[in-house]
Write a protein that binds this ligand. Structure first.
Ligand SMILES: Nc1ncnc2c1ncn2[C@@H]1O[C@H](COP(=O)(O)OP(=O)(O)OP(=O)(O)O)[C@@H](O)[C@H]1O
Ligand SMILES: [Mg+2]
Length: 250
């Protein structure tokens, strides 16, 4: 067996927004290759801020991000763009498909931008997400769940090492969202991609290898947030963090 290694390394990451304070306050994280990791946290806790930094879409106030052993800062703007096109996949809450392109064209474009255009690979990616026969549909001719599956096909088709997902089921009903999450996590495992996703879904605790919790701009290990989220979903008022005192906040 190959020794397990980190696909992602984050050291003391800070992101301050002017006078409004710090959204991230010293995040440390290592993510093992081929794992499925869920990122919980209340609204405003810093999940999107972290994902944008990991994607190189934003730059930290200080700290370091390494993707596949490459320091994002050292790569420069061009290098980060190439890394995004070739090695990273994204899945967003609002799908972000190009409305003037068909399902097929949305997926194919991702391969073109990666420098590896391949029509049959695009068709196969769609088929693997249950979308055979819908290649010629435009996004507005697809359901929300189908649009998100196109977005997942678009992310996975270039065989990225890392998929970042920001609330991938946030705009879907619970049942469709559960199906999409199962597919997303399942396909990532099949192709050996690492998945890091921010979510509010209780379902994630079943598909994830590991659960992280963002609390006021700092990451904590464990399912504590997940417990809180599930309890909240079920109508219980377990708002407090149950397992011990979160001395990180304050
Ligand atoms: N461009 C910005 N300028 C100033 N403050 C910002 C900016 N973007 C985010 N913030 C602040 O940073 C904090 C973290 O925001 P972020 O979007 O990362 O939260 P989140 O965990 O993704 O929340 P949600 O679950 O609602 O998506 C919030 O307090 C937010 O107001
Ligand atoms: Mg967010």
């Amino acid at each position: 067996m190959e020794h397990s290694h980190a696909i992602l390394r984050v050291q003391d990451l800070w992101r301050e927004y002017g006078e409004s304070g710090a959204a991230l306050r010293g995040v440390h994280l290592e993510v093992e290759a081929r794992s499925v990791v869920a990122l919980y946290g209340t609204s405003g806790s810093g999940k999107t801020t972290l994902l944008n930094l990991l994607a190189g879409l934003d730059r930290p106030t200080r700290g370091r991000v390494e993707v596949g052993g490459q320091d994002l800062e050292a790569l420069g703007e061009k290098g980060r763009t190439l890394l995004r096109r070739r090695r990273l996949g994204f899945v967003f809450q609002f799908f972000n498909l190009l409305p003037t392109l068909t399902a097929f064209e949305n997926v194919y474009l991702s391969l073109e931008l990666a420098g590896t255009p391949n029509r049959s690979a695009a068709r196969e990616a769609l088929a693997s997400l249950g979308l055979a026969g819908k290649e010629r549909r435009y996004p507005h001719e697809l359901s929300g769940g189908e649009q998100q599956r196109v977005a997942i096909a678009r992310a996975l088709v270039k065989k990225p090492a890392l998929i970042l997902a920001d609330e991938p089921t946030g705009n879907l009903d619970t049942r469709t969202g559960d199906d999409v999450l199962d597919l997303l996590a399942g396909r990532c495992r099949e192709v050996g991609a690492t998945l890091l996703m921010a979510t509010h879904s209780a379902r994630v605790s079943r598909v994830a290898d590991r659960i992280l919790c963002m609390v006021d701009g700092v990451l904590e290990e464990g399912a504590r947030c997940a417990d809180t989220q599930e309890a909240t979903t079920e109508g219980s008022s377990a708002r407090g963090l149950r397992a011990g005192d979160p001395s990180a906040s304050g």
